[in-house]
Design a protein around this ligand. Structure first.
Ligand SMILES: Cc1cc2nc3c(=O)[nH]c(=O)nc-3n(C[C@H](O)[C@H](O)[C@H](O)COP(=O)(O)OP(=O)(O)OC[C@H]3O[C@@H](n4cnc5c(N)ncnc54)[C@H](O)[C@@H]3O)c2cc1C
Length: 413
């Protein structure tokens, strides 16, 4: 029986550990803190193949420049004079071209096409978590933004989705009475789902423990020991851990670890915030995608979560209150009345960002037994179970039923 070390207890590492264990591997999951300590617990929890698009998009460079001086903008790129970052930014802006964006969207929608089935399978394998099928309501104050989203979702039949519906303001409020009279309309996608992400992390941890996976919290991987093309052990502050194969799933921290294995993996951190209100006065029936605010609102059992902001400012978990407050304030404008509740909790997380907006899934060049699964940007929850299944198939049997070519780490060579 092979032993696999998975580095990182985010939603990607946890689902992968589960898939490998289901296939008979001995699995050791290592996290520098604890599962969910990165960006996998406090996020919006959307499972949204419908909006599986790369972050670098046409028009984004102009918007980013315009917003650079605004301390409350939903997108902020902090300049820094580091050759790796300058190269990343250059490639990111190049990926905003129409052709690259379309190709990226097709690849992501195709990968996300199995998401719902893979979430159902997780459940049938005894992983317990809160999951709701209420669709996604994309709402806006103006027709242009709504038209854009409506056109963007015209490829959903390819993954077996019902066509998106374009609803007027009154039709939207009929569906979601908590919305303000200023909302001009919506695009409604009925097939999308949402999960409570912290319950997903907890459910996976419980399933891994039940199935005999060894979880090592508070253990930071510092590097690798190799013999020729094989990695033989990871090094940690408290000693080495030997195994037959290794998977790097350390989210925004993956770039530095890949470098220590000799591969230059361009990953930047895309910081975001969420605010969760317990026992809210407003009851929402659907998750809301707020076009102008570029923010998300998700209803959970007994709570409402507001999330947003993309701050590319290096690896740091600093909570910048002013930006988080802006998410909250802007979101209130879409609602009938201000949200109150018994408790409010703030959270910060870092999305792992590649310059082309696509995840990196596969074997890392230069090693025969070191794999990577990261770079899932705003879609890590959506894509986790399918990424994990596809990579586990490759690790265990050498090939996968899912095409991973667009996500091959080789593209960064
Ligand atoms: C505000 C916000 C809202 C979001 N909303 C959604 C959404 O609605 N739907 C969706 O699909 N996605 C969403 N995302 C994106 C999603 O959260 C991420 O894509 C996903 O969590 C990434 O998971 P991961 O496992 O790759 O990384 P992480 O969750 O960051 O996990 C990485 C783990 O690696 C560990 N680690 C790091 N370095 C080391 C080391 N040296 N040794 C050992 N362990 C290490 C960390 O402690 C961490 O636990 C959102 C993100 C944010 C910030």
């Amino acid at each position: 029986m092979a032993t696999t070390v998975v580095i990182g207890g985010g939603v990607i590492g946890l689902t992968l550990a589960h898939e490998l264990r289901q296939r008979g591997d001995e699995v050791i999951l290592i996290d520098r803190k604890y599962p969910g300590a990165g960006s996998s617990a406090g996020n919006a929890g959307w499972v949204v193949p419908s909006i599986a698009s790369p972050v670098p998009a046409p028009g984004l460079p102009a918007t980013a420049l315009k917003w650079m001086a605004d301390p409350e903008s939903p997108l902020y790129i902090k300049p820094r004079f580091d050759p790796g970052f300058i190269r990343w930014l250059w490639d990111f802006f190049r990926a905003c071209r129409v052709e690259e964006y379309r190709t990226g969207r097709a690849a992501l929608v195709s990968l996300a096409g199995d998401a719902l089935k893979d979430f159902d399978r997780l459940r049938s394998e005894g992983v317990e978590f809160e999951m709701t099928q209420a669709g996604l309501l994309i709402i806006g104050f103006g027709e242009d933004g709504l038209d854009h989203y409506y056109e963007e979702t015209d490829d959903l039949a390819e993954i077996g989705y019902q066509p998106a519906q374009r609803l007027s303001g009154p039709e939207t409020r009929e569906l979601e009475p908590a919305l303000s009279g200023d909302v001009a309309g919506s695009v409604f996608v009925t097939d999308d789902r949402h999960v409570r992400p912290e319950s997903l992390v907890a459910g996976l941890v419980a399933a891994l423990r039940r199935d005999g996976v060894e979880l090592r919290d508070g253990t930071a991987v510092t590097g690798f020991r190799r013999s020729g093309r094989d990695i033989v052990a990871v090094t940690t502050e408290t000693g080495e851990i030997e195994a037959d194969r290794f998977v790097l799933a350390a989210g925004a921290w993956s770039g530095a670890l890949a470098r220590s294995a000799g591969f230059s993996l361009p990953i930047e951190a895309g910081k975001g915030y969420s605010i969760t209100v317990d026992d809210p006065n407003l009851r929402l029936q659907h998750p809301l995608d707020l076009i102008e605010a570029r923010a998300a609102v998700t209803p959970f059992d007994g709570a409402l979560r507001f999330a947003g902001t993309m701050e590319i400012s290096g690896i740091n978990m600093r909570y910048i209150k002013r930006r988080a407050d802006a998410i909250w304030r802007n979101a209130q404008g879409y609602l009938r009345e201000p949200v109150t509740g018994s408790r409010m909790r703030a959270w910060v997380g870092m999305r792992p960002m590649t310059p082309d907006g696509l995840p990196v899934i596969g074997r890392l060049p230069g090693s025969d037994n070191l794999y990577v699964a990261t770079g899932h940007q705003m879609l890590g929850v959506t894509l986790a179970p399918t990424t994990a299944r596809a990579l586990a198939e490759i690790i265990v049997s050498g090939s996968s039923s899912v095409s991973l070519t667009p996500f091959d780490p080789l593209r960064f060579l």
